[in-house]
Design a protein around this ligand. Sequence first.
Ligand code: ZN
Length: 465
Amino acid sequence: MPITAIVGARVLTMDRQRRELDPATVLVEDADIAAVGRSDQVTVPAGVPVLDARGKAMIPGFVNAHTHVNLSDWLFNVLYPGLAGYDAADVECACLLYVVEALRGGATTIVDNDHVLPGDWMAAARASVTAFDRAGLRVVYARMFADEIDTRLPGYADTIRATEPDVVHASVRRPLAAVLRDLDELVDTFHGTSSGRVSVWPSPTSLRTVSLDGLRASAEFAARRGLRWALHLAETPLERAALAMGSVDWADRHGLLDERLLAGHCVDVDARDIRLLKRSHVAVSTQPVSNCFLGSGIAPVPAMLAAGLPVAVGTDDANCNSSVNMLGDLKTLALLHRGVTADAAAITPERVLEMATIDGAQALGMADRVGSIEPGKRADLVLVDLARPNLVPCHDLAATLVFQATGSEVTDVFVDGRQVLADGRPTFLTAAEERELLSDAARRSSALLASAQVAAIRPWRTRGR
Ligand SMILES: [Zn+2]
């Protein structure tokens, strides 16, 4: 017996035929989509609660394929010192703050490359997973680690740290044996929990900060436990300098490229690298806003797509994006590649939406469950209010969502059939709790910056550096 009917929306199914149904009826039964069709073809059974979605668009929930819920100068002098001070209560607060923002940007699935520093890993993981469970988000908890900081660039970290002598610097290194024990415990404890919404992956940070043994162990761990794994790969040209060759080339020569790998960024890659990634069936996640924010470069996404590589999209960290809003980032993704290739056909809005939904699900190995609105899949659904001045007129829905939406138009979100955002408000917090969350987050942030002695406000700089 269906428990909810969502009636009247203009639905982009993202199914194989990419059908658009208008007006549509979607029946949600427990966690699953029971029926999808034009409203004159789907009967709403008597007694079922109906959510009136007229005037709204419905899309599958976005897959944020690379983010950090809780990277040289910035990594060592800002991020690591700040993260070192997090306790479990800070982690919980950060997760809830993240979720209330991410849901309003339409994300229902995220890959959280968790970055909390080696204090009590299990306490931090438990705080994260508990908060995600409360909020109902679908999460890959990808545990990052670094077991070797600058073997390939001797003195690298110390040179950068020396530029900010007042900051309380933190060690990010954790021995590999301990990392592998932690990963086993994390998978045993959390993988498949929250009705299957939580997965756990290894996420060795990058080729710069993880030993070859650590990288190989991550790939082997993923294969042995039936998981995928994440890695920041070729994020900046600095890696090429450290390895004396391209990162993808290096990873390929060391047998690290496999079909379980979700490679984050892939900015500094050439045509040969793209062929190597394709040959090994590696999935890529691109983070256009983060790459611009940090001045890392621009990933050759149109070339990767043309080569048939699966490319997902991520916001990356709030720290290197300034928001975690998937809907808001899509325009940048499209415009960036049209601009840099001087080709308005380089990337279409339809392709951008595929990357953010069904292709993202594919990259995570979840396309059987999420990424499109089809019977039998989980009901991860997003409603977008089309009655906004910037969304009128809306002739072509894909183009409207990518180019006209700003990221503030999401009104309702369902994950696993549970409504987690209703009329723009999270259902797992009262209005008073949400207000308290925001002030609590601001207080905790100030306290963490103060204890790490990281300057929150810097002198006015008209020029960089
Ligand atoms: Zn990242």
